[in-house]
Design a protein around this ligand. Structure first.
Ligand code: BGC
Length: 421
């Protein structure tokens, strides 16, 4: 069964308004071991504030299935009280009038001043905080199984030609190079690191954040797609449709050498008792040193089922103690600028240092694959083109470039963001 069918089956089995009186239902996609640990922190925090949370978890990394369920429930008039949302989706739900502004608590707690700069950028729509910022994730990480590389006397690659050489060498030894599930979201994340690492920040910004037809149709795009094809031909025979966290288990247990994926991998490694960075090391994705690709999870409240204690909930989720405990479990970094990460894992500490440097240098890049840059409609269209190209060796790169150009044209003629910002 596909994730969407599973999601639909779940939805149909759900009696309307089934949260017990007094319970606050939260829809999210934190289902891997590390994510469950992070969600347990949400539950405990809200319990401490006198709020019982009902867990509406929907399987599927990146949240595609969760977003389908959310849409169906909202249209049926039964949205959850709380939901995990990302970036551009917050703007869409705001435009439709479904979600509750958080300006009161944002004002009280001076979010504009206290939070990292990406928090207002992502959560403020038309001057109002529409989401409660939960974390900042770094996406351009390369997770490396050190023992595997040491056994082959191999240094971790720092650029894409080096990465492809490493992949070839690992294949020749019969070792699976990439911990990757062959699913559109994971493949799009891989492409994002490749496009940024090869094309650099100006190209990435123009081609994939602004969907600029000239950048999309450039020779840089051709070179990137050629590398993507090379990589797919090397790794496809070793891939299955596994979830990102099953892939992380392969990495942790020495069945695969690298994983190019966001820092939720760190949350999972820690939940599995893996020593990081001693066993699995975190390094910037090849060619992306000094750049920081971010995404951010936000908590939003649906006004059709707004809990009466919504201010208490917002205060609890934005509090410093929650931010510390939640992000330590999640692998991400807190959104509150002043918090010390002294007892965080070294990879999270490095993420915060790199965030600050990238912010000062103008090197913070929104993730395209994970909903920070494009409206979900165009993000899906780009994702599906890349996924088809990755899986179909006979697909011509010029066709992909043409179709991405068509996505860019329709995006520029229907910009929703322009109506909101
Ligand atoms: C979310 C993370 C989550 C990951 C994998 C991302 O879109 O931002 O919080 O851990 O998906 O499920």
């Amino acid at each position: 069964m596909t994730n969407s069918l599973r999601a639909l089956a779940w939805l149909l089995a759900l009696p309307l308004h089934d949260a017990l009186a007094g319970e606050v239902e939260m829809l999210h996609w934190w289902t891997s071991p590390g994510e469950q640990a992070a969600f347990a922190v949400v539950t405990t925090q809200l319990q401490g504030a006198g709020v019982e949370l009902k867990n509406a978890a929907i399987l599927g990394g990146g949240g595609n299935s969760a977003m389908e369920v959310l849409q169906a429930r909202a249209i049926a008039g039964n949205p959850p009280a709380l939901a995990q949302l990302e970036g551009q989706a917050i703007a869409s739900w705001t435009l439709l009038g479904f979600i509750q502004p958080q300006d009161e608590v944002a004002g009280e707690q001076e979010w504009d001043r206290q939070l990292l700069g990406v928090a207002p950028r992502v959560n403020k729509i038309g001057g109002h905080y529409m989401g409660i910022p939960g974390n900042v994730h770094r996406l351009n990480w390369m997770w490396v199984n050190r023992a595997l590389l040491a056994r082959l006397d191999m240094d971790p690659p720092t650029d894409w030609p080096g990465f492809l050489d490493a992949v070839r060498a690992l294949r020749a030894k019969g070792i699976k190079p990439l911990a990757l599930g062959n699913d559109p979201w994971q493949v799009a994340l891989l492409f994002e690191s490749l496009a940024l690492g090869m094309g650099g920040k100006e190209y990435y910004q123009k081609a994939f954040v602004e969907l600029d037809p000239v950048a999309l149709g450039s020779d840089t795009s051709r070179q990137i797609l050629d590398r993507f094809r090379e990589l797919s031909e090397l790794v496809l025979p070793t891939l299955s449709g596994q979830s990102w966290d099953q892939a992380t288990a392969d990495l942790a247990e020495g069945r695969a050498a690298f994983q190019l994926m966001g820092d939720w991998v760190l949350g999972d490694l820690l939940a599995r008792g893996v020593a990081v960075p001693e066993q699995v090391q975190c390094l910037p994705a090849p060619g992306t040193q000094g750049l920081y690709v971010y995404n951010m999870d936000s908590f939003v409240m649906f006004n059709a089922n707004l809990p009466k204690d919504h201010l208490t909930i917002a205060r609890a989720l934005a509090s410093p103690d929650f931010q510390l405990a939640f992000n330590r479990a999640n692998g991400s970094i807190p959104v509150r600028r002043e918090l010390s990460l002294a007892d965080f894992n070294p990879c999270a500490q490095l993420s915060r240092i790199d965030y600050d440097r990238a912010e000062a240098a103008g090197n913070l890049m929104p993730s395209v694959a994970d909903s920070m840059a494009l409206h979900p409609l165009y993000q899906k269209a780009v994702e599906s083109e890349l996924y088809r190209f990755f899986n179909q060796p006979d697909l011509d790169r010029e066709g992909v470039i043409r179709r991405l150009g068509a996505v860019a044209r329709s995006a520029s003629s229907t910009s929703i963001e322009a109506r909101l910002r």
